[in-house]
Design a protein around this ligand. Sequence first.
Ligand code: 5GP
Ligand code: MN
Length: 338
Amino acid sequence: MKKLNNITELKPLLAASVKPRVVITTHHKPDADALGSSLGLHHYFLKLGITSHVVTPTDYGEFLKWMPKENEVVNFEEFEGKSAELVATADLIFCLDFNALKRINNLGKLVAESNAEKVLIDHHLEPEGFEDYRLWTTKASSTSELVFWLIEIMGHVDLIDEAIASCLYAGIMTDTASFKHPSTTATTHRVAAVLLEKGAKSNRIFESIYDNYSESRTRFIGFCLSERLQILKEYSTALIVVTAEDLKRFQIITGDSEGLVNYGLSITGMKLSVLIIDRTVARKMSFRSRDTFPANEFARKYFNGGGHFNAAGGESMDPIELVETKFKEALNTYKNLL
Ligand code: 5GP
Ligand code: MN
């Protein structure tokens, strides 16, 4: 691993008369924490007079498009040339809400090749160590909370305005499942309180994200719960397998399946909830667990994935029927933890 510089050493770089050119990037299919932390940081840099661009490896859900300056985000899949140029000419690349370059797909190679210094801001286990600066702890509720900490370390809480506050609040709210997960600390609440004081509108942000679904998405959730949910009682596990045909029937777009996996864990007695979706390129899996079942270890061991202890993901190139079979076999090896 590279030698790490102290994060406070960014202070003179950001304050220098010749400003660094900044690129901010985040993980594949960004969620509200990924995009909120990125745009919150972007707004902060603009306030410092720094040229900054947010480059995402892929597109993201409609429910994030209310975020201020979302329209300036460069999607690598859509604008490959422009993204490559921004990454190649950057002085500083901020990598938010991911711990390994493979999480940003083909953009990872460009980031690795760029001469820019890299700054990791993240709360996932075991960062692979490609960065020069690190603001990282698994104890933070979200990357958005860490971006607040960065602004605080830089001595700039006074610069936080409604745009920054709204983006960061959205990330904290969603990554804690509305301040419910055990990662929610007294500090998380204090940070959220400051963001409210700076102008974030908690009710409007909640509505924009959670009360903003299309009719077909709502019917799709109903269909999955009634027709696709399996209860594997002896494993205290809920499983939903969604086929490519289902996705087509309900005209599912990016972001529509967000939250579906959580329903399984809301059933009394369930310790593990799993969603397998037949996406175009690969079979994508989501794992949510309760108590002592290590979702990240399971995802890493069997499905080339990882994540947090109780919320992880993975993928497989096998056909969906085979993924389901392999999952059930793998589950049997973890029976004593379920
Ligand atoms: P989700 O189920 O919402 O896609 O992901 C849940 C958590 O698992 C997130 O924290 C995410 O970072 C992680 N995760 C999801 N998919 C993958 C994957 O393919 N590889 C790794 N290492 N982590 C993943
Ligand atoms: Mn996050």
